[in-house]
Design a protein around this ligand. Structure first.
Ligand SMILES: *[C@@H]1O[C@H](CO)[C@@H](O)[C@H](O)[C@H]1NC(C)=O
Length: 313
């Protein structure tokens, strides 16, 4: 298709012009990125070292933290570099790689959230058989299916985008993504936009339906628990997950599930940056602040750390 050799690199053209604003954004973003990486690495190492956190639910959470680190790493370093330097070019290969991983990891996130809701469903609606159903083999299979399925399903749209003819190199966005790339292609991209819309809607809405279905069973089961204490205890095991789900769907649905994939508004660009930079930061905090077991594990580690340092001095 067409003459791809015209464009060998793209420029990311959404950055503010004023140096002061760029430096300010650089500092904020660098802090956010560092915090995100630290917070998520902390959650992962906590889950892998504290014995009472070694259950499927926390392994899924560890996967989510790992995903969050990758997700911001796909976007943040390039974003930081572009904010500081005048030069805002990204190579064709780099751009396609970023597009692929952004789409891939976003897809993994939704499937993973759905798997986590299924895990909560089994734990609350079928507690006696939980260890039987959610054994380590099943949870490993679910996770592998999630990463593998996402990896394959975003292959086609990415390959299509790779083979398009491009006539302009100015991308009106902070990072490479399918929608802004389609805007600079020379051909009519409406059919591709339709495929893309269909895929995004399929992933986001079907995982949303699955999650909502699990939660309707969970809530009806919780409401049938006679004691208030029992109800609270059951609810507390899924409170952090509900928060994550609301944030993920609340932010993504408006940007990605709509027929026209054109990024026309500045709002979309800012929303996309919030999704990639701020949401991965929130996850570890939501879990460490709202989940008793994680808090307990954290306290345990802190105590050991403090007593070790005291002994040394
Ligand atoms: C993801 O979850 C699976 C299944 O529970 C687990 O075996 C794997 O170690 C997890 N990966 C990470 C990075 O936590």
């Amino acid at each position: 298709v067409g003459n791809r050799s015209i464009v060998t690199e793209f420029t990311l053209n959404a950055f503010p012009v004023l140096l002061e604003i760029r430096i300010f954004l650089f500092v904020v973003l660098l802090l956010t990125y560092t915090l995100t990486a630290t917070g998520n690495i902390m959650i992962i190492s906590l889950i892998w070292t504290v014995s009472h956190l070694q259950t499927p639910m926390y392994f899924f959470l560890s996967n989510l933290s790992f995903l969050d680190i990758l997700y911001t790493t796909v976007v943040s370093p390039k974003l930081l570099a572009c904010l500081l330097r005048e030069e805002k070019t990204i190579s064709f290969a780099g751009c396609i790689t970023q597009t692929y991983f952004y789409f891939f990891l976003g897809t993994v996130e939704f499937i993973l959230l759905a798997i986590m809701s299924f895990d909560r469903y089994v734990a609350i609606c079928n507690p006696l058989r939980y260890t039987l159903i959610m054994n380590s083999r099943v949870s490993l299979l679910l996770v592998l299916g999630c990463w593998g399925g996402a990896c394959l399903s975003v292959m086609t749209p990415t390959i299509i985008v790779t083979r398009l003819p491009y006539c302009r190199k100015e991308i009106n966005h902070f990072f490479c993504d399918i929608a802004p790339l389609l805007q600079v292609a020379c051909i009519d991209t409406r059919p591709i936009e339709k495929i893309n819309f269909f895929l995004s809607a399929l992933v986001i809405l079907s995982s949303l339906a699955f999650t909502a279905g699990s939660y309707s069973y969970i809530i009806s089961t919780i409401l049938r628990i006679p004691s208030v204490q029992g109800r609270q205890k059951a609810f507390s095991t899924c409170a952090s997950h509900i928060t994550l789900v609301s944030i993920a769907y609340g932010t993504n649905i408006f940007v990605y599930v709509r027929p026209s994939q054109k990024f026309s508004l500045d709002f979309d660009k800012v929303a996309a940056v919030l999704i990639t930079v701020v949401v991965p930061l929130l996850n570890p905090f939501i879990y460490s602040l709202r989940n008793e077991k994680v808090k307990e594990g954290l306290r345990e580690k802190m105590n050991r750390f403090v007593s070790l340092t005291l002994r040394k001095t």
